[in-house]
Design a protein around this ligand. Structure first.
Ligand SMILES: [Zn+2]
Ligand SMILES: [Zn+2]
Length: 287
């Protein structure tokens, strides 16, 4: 689907449940810039889509990975092998992109091997303040927005006032996944302070326009606040040291998360662990 004259959004499935998907975004400049790549195999959808718009996959010059999770990096290797394009990502997430090993993920995620087509070298490290020229006056500003992962980045295309947020804005009703809730809240507030966003382009939620963008940021903040309150309450009620894995089951039930894959419970437990260890989260949420 075309979002603007230069931006296309491709909704790609993450398994049979239609509620689970990841958006791949394409920027049509001089060449084509791909933002995130879906699971292994998604390359066929991406190349098919590009051809359906009258362009050619060989025009892909750059793949930007918002972070190292398999649902974003899975088909990067196949696309790179096909086109010889460069891969760009933040240095903190680059090791997992270059050497994807599900057992090195925190927590380990066995069974995810098949989701990534292989490691790829990150030829272009992207840190805060980096600028990517896509041609046609299309310039992407790189924002370091950690929290979901340490090396999560977002991209702002000023010409279209479009913000690509990866997984940083966690939508209510989805499994909360983060390594640092304090950083995550800071990243969300940073988004909310950007004036005049016209197009909000997240990975696991539908794109939004204008004012609705800022509502999504508010909803995500409220969601994290609610999760934090539930964790605090559950931890206070449990005797002894709280067990994140036990709390994860309870949190999933309270948040009425449905269709959460098994390995996500371990990720939710990791988020709970990060929440329990966070310093200054109450102050940050109350700002
Ligand atoms: Zn992710
Ligand atoms: Zn994701």
């Amino acid at each position: 689907m075309q979002i603007t004259p230069y931006i296309h959004a491709l909704k790609t499935p993450l398994g049979p449940d239609p509620g689970r998907f990841v958006y791949v975004y394409l920027i049509y400049g001089d060449g084509i810039t791909v933002i995130d790549t879906g699971f292994n195999g998604t390359e066929k959808l991406i190349t098919g889509y590009i051809r359906s718009t009258g362009r050619d996959p060989s025009e892909i010059r750059l793949i930007i990975l918002t972070h190292a999770h398999p649902d974003h990096t899975g088909s990067a290797k196949a696309l790179r092998d096909l086109t010889g394009c460069t891969i760009a990502a933040h240095p903190l997430d680059a090791p997992s992109i270059e050497h994807p090993d599900p057992m090195l993920l925190k927590p380990p995620a066995p069974g995810m091997q098949s989701l990534v087509g292989g490691g790829v070298p990150v030829g272009r490290p992207l840190e805060e303040g980096a600028v990517i020229d896509c041609g046609n006056g299309l310039v992407l500003d790189v924002l370091s927005t950690p929290g979901h992962t340490p090396g999560s980045i977002s991209l702002f295309l000023k010409k279209e006032m479009a913000l690509f947020t990866g997984d940083t804005v966690q939508a209510p009703g989805r499994a909360p996944i983060y390594t640092d809730p304090v950083a995550l809240v800071r990243s969300l507030r940073r988004f909310a302070a950007i004036p005049g966003i016209r197009h909000y382009l997240p990975s696991h939620d539908e794109p939004a326009q204008g004012k609705e963008t800022y509502q999504r940021f508010d909803e995500s903040l409220a969601y994290i606040r609610r999760i934090h309150a539930l964790i605090k309450e559950a931890a206070a009620a449990a005797p002894g040291t709280p067990d994140p894995l036990a709390l994860a089951g309870r949190l999933s039930a309270e948040l009425e998360l449905s269709g959460v894959p098994g390995h996500h419970v371990a990720f939710i437990a990791r988020s709970i662990e990060a929440d329990l260890a966070a310093q200054g989260l109450d102050e940050r949420l109350g700002e």
